[in-house]
Design a protein around this ligand. Structure first.
Ligand SMILES: *[C@@H]1O[C@H](CO)[C@@H](O)[C@H](O)[C@H]1NC(C)=O
Ligand SMILES: *[C@@H]1O[C@H](CO)[C@@H](O)[C@H](O)[C@H]1NC(C)=O
Length: 317
C-alpha cells in the first residue's frame, strides 16, 4: 500500500519537473507550484503514517482553493497545473478513503487511471504541442556508458519490420520520430479518444502505415498482435490501481508474438517478470534535468527453457 502513493508522488514530481521547463513561468505560478509540491509531500507523509484520512478535509480545501485560482489561468503552465491539482486531490481522496475512480469523479477530481481525465486533459491543455513526461526518441540521457539518446538505447532491440504497439501514446512524438527512422508499422493506442482523433487528423496523411486506436491497456482488443509493445509511463499511471496494472502486464504478454518484447520506460522499479513470463534486462540513466529513467527490455518467455535460452542471443547487450 505504502508505495502506491509514492508512485503518484514521483509521477507528479515528474510533471512538476517538466513544468519547470516552461520558459514563461510567472512568479505567481511558481509559488503555487512550490506550495503544491509541499502539500503533496505532506500528504505522502500522512499517508505513510496512516493519518491521511484525518487531514483530508483540510487538504481537500487547500487543493480546491488552488483549483479556483488556476481556472482563470490561460498559460500552458497554468492549465497543466490545474489538471495536476485535480489529480492530486483525486488521488489523495482515493488513498484516504479507498474510493474507486468513479467515486473520485463525483468529487470533481480525477485519478490517472480514469480515461475521462485524459479526454479532458488533452482537450483542455493548449495546442497540439508535443509533450513528454519521460522523454522521447531523441531525448538526451546520461547512461552508464556515456551520453546518448533514449532512441539509441531502444533501437538495437527493434527490427524495421516489427509491428509495434505504442501503449498509451499520449502527446509524445516518439512514434513520429520512429516512423521517420523507418519503423513504419506502429499502432498508437491510447485511452483518450479526443487525443487519438487529433493525432489521426494531423498525422495520418503523411504517415500511412501508422494507425491510432482506442484501447484499454487492461483489456486489449482480442485480435491485437504485436512484436513489440512499447510504453512510457502508462504502467506507472496504472500502478495506483494494482488490478488494472496487473491486467495490463498480462495483456501485453498475451498480445506479444512469440519472443516479442515489452519495452517499458519508467521512473520506477517495475517488476514485470513477477506478473507474467517475461525475462527482463534494465538499463538506467539520468535525463539531463537529473531525473532517473529506467528502460526495461522484457522478452516474452517461450514455452520451454531451451528455446528461451536460445532466444537470448537477440538480447545480449
Ligand atoms: C504490420 O504488422 C502486422 C503484423 O505483423 C501485419 O499484419 C501488417 O500487415 C503490417 N502492416 C504494415 C503496414 O506493414
Ligand atoms: C479497462 O479494463 C478493465 C479490465 O477489464 C476494466 O476494469 C476497466 O473498467 C476498463 N476501463 C475502461 C475505461 O474501459
Amino acid at each position: 500500500m505504502v508505495n502506491l502513493f509514492g508512485a503518484v508522488g514521483s509521477r507528479l514530481a515528474a510533471m512538476w519537473l517538466s513544468m519547470l521547463s516552461f520558459t514563461a513561468a510567472s512568479q505567481h505560478l511558481a509559488q503555487i507550484r512550490r506550495s503544491l509540491a509541499e502539500l503533496e509531500a505532506s500528504a505522502q507523509e500522512l499517508f505513510e503514517a496512516g493519518r491521511l484520512a484525518d487531514h483530508l478535509p483540510a487538504l481537500g480545501q487547500a487543493l480546491e482553493a488552488a483549483e479556483r485560482h488556476l481556472t482563470a489561468e490561460t498559460s500552458a503552465e497554468g492549465q497543466e497545473l490545474f489538471f495536476m491539482v485535480r489529480v492530486l486531490r483525486g488521488t489523495i481522496h482515493q488513498q484516504a478513503a479507498g474510493l474507486d475512480d468513479l467515486a473520485v469523479e463525483d468529487l470533481n477530481a480525477f485519478t490517472l487511471s480514469n480515461p475521462r481525465f485524459w479526454d479532458e486533459y488533452y482537450a483542455g491543455v493548449s495546442g497540439n504541442g508535443q509533450f513528454d513526461w519521460y522523454g522521447t526518441w531523441d531525448t538526451e540521457i546520461l547512461w552508464p556508458h556515456g551520453r546518448t539518446t533514449l532512441g539509441s538505447v531502444i533501437r538495437p532491440w527493434l527490427r524495421r519490420e516489427d509491428s509495434i504497439l505504442m501503449l498509451g501514446c499520449g502527446r509524445s512524438d516518439m512514434s513520429e520520430q520512429m516512423y521517420r527512422e523507418g519503423f513504419k508499422n506502429i499502432t498508437n493506442a491510447d485511452i483518450s479518444a479526443t487525443l487519438l482523433d487529433s493525432l489521426r487528423q494531423r498525422l495520418a496523411p503523411e504517415m500511412p502505415g501508422m494507425s491510432w486506436r482506442w484501447m484499454n491497456a487492461s483489456a486489449l482488443p482480442l485480435l491485437t498482435r504485436a512484436d513489440v509493445v512499447l510504453e512510457k509511463g502508462t504502467l506507472d499511471a496504472l500502478k495506483e490501481n494494482p488490478g488494472l496494472f496487473q491486467a495490463a502486464v498480462r495483456e501485453a504478454y498475451r498480445v506479444l508474438t512469440s519472443e516479442g518484447l515489452l519495452i517499458s520506460v519508467t521512473d520506477s522499479d517495475l517488476e514485470l517478470e513477477k506478473l507474467a513470463r517475461f525475462s527482463c534486462k534494465a538499463v538506467s540513466g539520468e535525463v539531463l534535468d537529473g531525473k532517473t529513467l529506467h528502460v526495461f527490455i522484457c522478452q516474452k518467455l517461450a514455452e520451454s527453457w531451451f528455446s528461451t535460452l536460445k532466444s537470448w542471443s537477440r538480447l545480449e547487450l
